[in-house]
Design a protein around this ligand. Structure first.
Ligand SMILES: [Fe+2]
Length: 397
């Protein structure tokens, strides 16, 4: 079914950019145009090397980099925002029918309702989301209103996963964000000792995420595609939560791709202070998560981030976000890869206490964290890993 023959989906109109954040309140992240790498992934040109160096240096220094020239048109991204909004506009009754079993099973498939988590001083959690794993992009597991559009979501998912060959919407040559970063890793093997990164084979990075050689693995992967809506809190909850819309945290997976949108709020912790991330129209904001940190022994750091309330000219607006959370294969141990062991720093003592002294696999880490997020044990672990930060978790009052 083509887009034209489907029932119309209301457009999500992006907000006007804020004018109330000073330049000094932003962290200027490295913006990397990857179009030349997509056009010729095996290029060894000086320009390509420079692009990759800048991307990796930025990931090492801040845990973040911005990708442009990734192959998704602004129309294609806008369409995914429309569809994400459509999922979050269904009735509460329908959402309840497809709720995610986060605490029961550690699964994010489906809806995470408003008020699910406790917030500071008893404030209400005002975030709702809808998530897919690849095997859940099917009619049986989704609300009927979404059925005509699941092919588009599946296509977008496949490109992010690294398998554009089966995508009905995007050209196979548009190899997007996740594989492109692996191409970056490939170039690191050309020895960028000056970046402090030892030789790692491209294939090693790929194998952390996909079983088969050079082929994305839809069966094994637990990559998550998420639409999330932040609703402005009441004045009472705003004060209770101390203006935090999402507490500080690191992502649990390997690499997070966030499709930039104009409502400010995302902040990164750098040099002892929180800085806003700018709006990059059409850009993909990339940050690294726990799995990448553990498997590189901290050479590629999980980025500490949070969502603080937007400035006054945007504070009343809902904030719609789209994420793709890339994960490692379920059985990958959360320990440094062999070539990195000499330089690896161990995880903070106590990080794996809940695993009785064993190194967890990627899957065990994901499930344990999903089940405990928002609960006191998660706050204890966060305090160990980030002792100078306020706790990410608040108990009910
Ligand atoms: Fe996050």
């Amino acid at each position: 079914m083509s887009v034209l023959s489907k029932p119309e989906v209301p457009s999500w109109i992006p907000a006007r950019e804020t004018e109330l954040i000073q330049d000094s309140e932003y962290l200027d992240l490295e913006v990397v145009d990857i179009s030349s790498l997509i056009a010729d992934p095996l290029t060894t040109s000086t320009a390509a090397r420079d692009t990759i160096d800048r991307a990796f240096r930025s990931l090492q220094e801040t845990g973040f980099v911005i990708l442009t020239g990734h192959g998704f048109s602004s129309e294609a991204l806008g369409r995914q925002f429309d569809l994400g909004n459509m999922f979050l506009e269904v009735s509460e009754e329908v959402k309840h029918q497809y709720h995610a079993k986060i605490w029961e099973e550690g699964s994010w498939a489906g809806y995470k309702p408003l008020g699910f988590y406790n917030r500071k001083n008893g404030a209400r959690d005002t975030i709702e989301s809808h998530d897919f794993y690849p095997y859940t992009v099917v009619n049986e597991l989704q609300p009927p209103v979404s059925w005509p559009y699941l092919d588009e979501i599946r296509s977008f998912y496949k490109v992010n996963l690294g398998d554009a060959s089966k995508s009905s919407t995007f050209k196979p040559s548009y190899v997007c964000s996740k594989p492109t970063l692996f191409y970056c890793a490939q170039y690191c093997q050309l020895s960028r000792e000056d970046l402090g990164f030892p030789q790692i084979e491209y294939f090693s990075f790929w194998q952390l995420h996909h079983r088969a050689c050079e082929k994305a693995d839809e069966i094994q992967t637990r990559d998550l595609f998420r639409a999330v809506k932040y609703h402005p809190p009441s004045e009472e909850d705003r004060l209770r939560s101390e203006q935090l819309w999402l507490p500080p945290h690191t992502d649990r997976g390997s690499i997070t791709f966030l499709y930039s949108q104009p409502v400010a709020g995302l902040q990164v912790f750098m040099n002892h202070s929180w800085k806003y991330v700018r709006y990059y129209p059409g850009g993909i904001i990339v940050n690294l998560g726990d799995a990448m940190d553990f498997t590189t022994g901290g050479l590629l750091k999980a980025a500490l981030h949070r969502v603080y309330e937007p400035p006054a000219d945007q504070r009343h607006l809902p904030r719609l976000g789209l994420f793709y959370f890339a994960t490692m294969l379920p059985d990958i141990p959360m320990q440094p890869l062999e070539p990195l062991t000499a330089r690896a720093r161990p995880p903070v003592e106590g990080t794996f206490d809940e695993f009785e002294g064993k190194i967890p696999t990627a899957h065990e880490w994901q499930i344990k964290r999903a089940k405990s997020t928002g609960r006191p044990a998660d706050g204890v672990l966060f305090a160990k890993r980030f002792p100078k930060q306020d706790s990410a978790v608040y108990s009910k009052t």
